[in-house]
Ligand binder design. Sequence first.
Ligand SMILES: Nc1ncnc2c1ncn2[C@@H]1O[C@H](COP(=O)(O)OP(=O)(O)O)[C@@H](O)[C@H]1O
Ligand SMILES: [Mg+2]
Length: 264
Amino acid sequence: MDTKILLEARSATKKFGGLTAVNAVDMQINKGDIFGIIGPNGAGKTTFFNMCTGFYTLDKGNIFLEGQDITNQPSDVIAHKGIARTFQNIKLFKYMTVLDNISIGSHINTKTSIIDAVFHTDTYKKDEEYIKETGMEILHQVGLEKYSDSLAGNLPYGVQRKVEIARALAVKPKILLLDEPAAGMNPIETDSLMSFIKMLNSMGYTIALIEHDMKFVMNSCNRIIVLNFGEKIFEGTPEEVKNSVLVQEAYFGKGIAVSRGLSA
Ligand SMILES: Nc1ncnc2c1ncn2[C@@H]1O[C@H](COP(=O)(O)OP(=O)(O)O)[C@@H](O)[C@H]1O
Ligand SMILES: [Mg+2]
């Protein structure tokens, strides 16, 4: 297998009862990509992320990380292997500081067990130091160090989103999956998030994101797949997606698609 390919889905399929939420989807994300997954509500985008990260089992098909078959492995195992994610709704601990929120993400990278934590063993103490240091290092890298002592819940929405993404970096992932990172943001926050994601990418992170904001996708992704009713209906560059009548029909319905066009 080509080592350039970081995350691959082959014929990935998920059914819920009679509904095929994701149907035979093929995808190849290369190292260094900012890869976009778009499509109308209910198209199967979040389900697909859940399949890639072990939250849902596949009914058919396979998921590969750097050529290694990780299909249907438990989500914690997949996280350890290098796939990190954020969720559609912010899941920060509001009454904890930013640094503590980041540290929770780091725990996955350490050997601390509950017993170590309860009895404050040497392993625990060493891990605590390591975790704090790593947390500060990450905040520093991504330019959020000034918020380290702030309570997460007191920060503006746009900053909370960045902290959530920074927390996902604590596991030192090979790829970062972001589910609608710009949802609920105003245009200024959206622009700032876009710069943030591009910065992470230039630092070497490969990113896959689901996003409704077409401008966001068109201006940040180098490659895009379009899902509709669980099927991949198109794949291409932002320019190709923008010009695809198929994609316009999926979003706006037949007939009006051509006259409206996709605004980017
Ligand atoms: N756990 C589940 N049980 C049953 N149906 C589900 C479940 N998760 C998602 N679905 C269904 O699968 C389809 C795709 O949902 P989803 O992946 O959330 O879409 P998207 O993220 O593209 O908006 C929808 O019809 C949704 O209702
Ligand atoms: Mg979704």
